[in-house]
Design a protein around this ligand. Structure first.
Ligand SMILES: C[S@@+](CC[C@H](N)C(=O)[O-])C[C@H]1O[C@@H](n2cnc3c(N)ncnc32)[C@H](O)[C@@H]1O
Length: 271
């Protein structure tokens, strides 16, 4: 069985933080999913569904769908299923996707949004392989993940840079996941891989008005969960750096899609 580290941002306020973030410029799901017509699909799996940001979007775009949300957080699963209890054909599963033994069905569309960068690259591959078995032939997997974040801060001293690398490794965070996803999907046997990317923040005002505020919320929640005082201190130091007037921190948000096609019968015959 694969073990995973506890979710780094676990906190009673996490549902609210996710909802607030979803309304902020730079984290808008309608922008991330532009060009994808959700009405082409009927069954949806939302992995690490959190506060239901995708379900909220889906119900406004589609009037005949089946949805499954899976998340390790009992608190968020309870809250989110209560919010959407009046919708039909909705189910929520409180499990870890990697060790889940629930008999999940096959889906037309699988989404992982802001989810996979909370794992090591090895576990990302394990999750993508598991999801391949849950995707119908001709179904689409859609991964929305940042690339950059703490890796893209200036100014940082060499020792602070080293501390960030160490932190990422220790807590299994992959801060540069966006750029790796097309290759990882190919490795796992997906086809028709496509991607688009957007950079955020766009200017100094967005940075100081939105990004720093959101980042501080993440940093405070993370620091509250850390046991090692050295790690806590490092995270607190970062919060000071990003608030200084001419610091810059930025990320690229990737939307990566891939499909599963019918097996090529000729290649099977050749074997
Ligand atoms: C950053 S939140 C993103 C939530 C949501 N997808 C969104 O777009 O707002 C990541 C979510 O993944 C969940 N999670 C973390 N590890 C998980 C795992 N192994 N299996 C299922 N859910 C997990 C967390 O509890 C959290 O709700």
């Amino acid at each position: 069985m694969t073990t995973t580290k506890p979710y780094l941002l676990e906190n009673k306020k996490e549902s609210n933080r996710l909802k607030k973030q979803a309304q902020s410029n730079g984290y808008l799901i309608e922008v991330e999913l532009r060009g994808i017509d959700l009405k082409n699909f009927h069954t949806f799996l939302d992995v690490g569904c959190g506060s239901g940001v995708f379900l909220e979007h889906l119900k406004n775009k589609h009037n005949n769908f089946r949805y499954t949300g899976i998340d390790t957080s009992e608190e968020r699963i309870t809250k989110t299923s209560d919010t959407y209890k009046d919708l039909e054909n909705i189910e929520f599963i409180n499990e870890n996707i990697l060790s889940s033994d629930t008999q999940l069905k096959k889906y037309d569309f699988i989404l992982c949004r802001y989810f996979l960068h909370h794992f090591s690259e090895t576990n990302v591959v394990k999750i993508l392989k598991k999801l391949k078995n849950l995707l119908k032939t001709n179904g689409v997997i859609c991964l929305i993940e940042p690339d950059g974040i703490l890796n893209n801060i200036f100014p940082l001293s060499p020792s602070e840079k080293k501390a960030i690398i160490h932190f990422n490794e220790k807590y299994n965070v992959t801060m540069d996941l966006g750029r790796k996803l097309p290759h990882l999907l190919e490795t796992c046997g997906y086809q028709n891989i496509d991607w688009s990317m957007d950079s955020f923040p766009k200017n100094k005002n967005d940075y100081h008005d939105i990004e720093v505020g959101l980042m501080l919320e993440r940093i405070l929640q993370t620091a509250a969960n850390l046991k090692d005082p050295k790690d806590k201190k490092m995270i607190e130091k970062l919060s000071e750096i990003i608030q200084s007037p001419n610091s810059v921190l930025f990320h690229n948000m990737f939307t990566v899609t891939a499909e599963l096609k019918n097996k090529n019968i000729l290649s099977l015959v050749k074997k």
